[in-house]
Design a protein. Structure first.
Lengths: 111, 113
């Protein structure tokens, strides 16, 4: 299984941008980069995914390094509701479907 | 849309009892997963299935069994409950393809005393 590495925790202030990093140095050409978040006492929810190009949706932006060995989830204006654990995982097109999550990054947003 | 539905939401078991955690999805997804999450920890994969009749072990399968007789249902069975199985259990499903997101249920909080 391809592995990802994330910082254990990060802190931000409300209404400021947040950049959550993820390293995936062993990524293969068919691996998609997915981000999920888990709000307190809830199940994880999908945030965004990408393959090579940067992606934007209503929740966040995903910036992917040119060599694809790292990516950054960007929350443009953090709110208190964004306080959660954020997981970065790789999903292989046509590969093993054994999806293993790491410990993720716990984001604290200060008012 | 119902999505992924887990029942029950809460349950307390005595040591040695057995129970089945139910998981149903109405999105016709091929893949289904069971994870457990201990307090303050990340998700650990218990079992997964790539289609009806096919299941495989994840990271922490001991003490659990699964079956997948239909596309919609993926029940998780605890045969002899132990205190170490106290956890929150999440079921998830997704379609084939690296660009397909995973959908999670709301979880079952299980305490074994």
């Amino acid at each position: 299984d391809a592995k990802t590495t994330q910082p254990n925790s990060m802190e931000s202030n409300e209404e400021e941008p947040v950049h959550l990093p993820c390293n995936h140095s062993t990524i293969s050409g068919t691996d998609y980069i997915h981000w999920y978040r888990q709000l307190p006492s809830q199940g994880p929810e999908y945030v965004i995914h990408g393959l090579t190009s940067n992606v934007n949706n209503r929740m966040a932006s995903l910036a992917i390094a040119e060599d694809r060995k790292s990516s950054t989830l960007i929350l443009h204006r953090a709110t208190l509701r964004d306080a959660a654990v954020y997981y970065c995982i790789l999903i292989t097109q046509g590969g093993s479907e054994k999806l293993v999550f790491g410990k993720g990054t716990k984001l604290t947003v200060n008012p | 849309n119902a999505g992924v539905t887990q029942t029950p939401k809460f349950r307390i078991l005595k040591i040695g009892q057995s129970m089945t955690l139910q998981c149903t999805q109405d999105m016709n997804h091929n893949y289904m997963y069971w994870y457990r999450q201990d307090p303050g920890m990340g998700l650990k994969l218990i079992y997964y299935s790539v289609g009806a009749g096919i299941t495989d072990k994840g990271e922490v399968p001991n003490g659990y069994n699964v079956s997948r007789s239909t596309t919609e249902d993926f029940p998780l069975r605890l045969e002899l409950a132990a205190p170490s199985q106290t956890s929150v259990y999440f079921c998830a499903s997704r379609m084939t393809g690296g660009n397909q997101p995973q959908h999670f249920g709301d979880g079952t909080r299980l305490s074994i005393l």
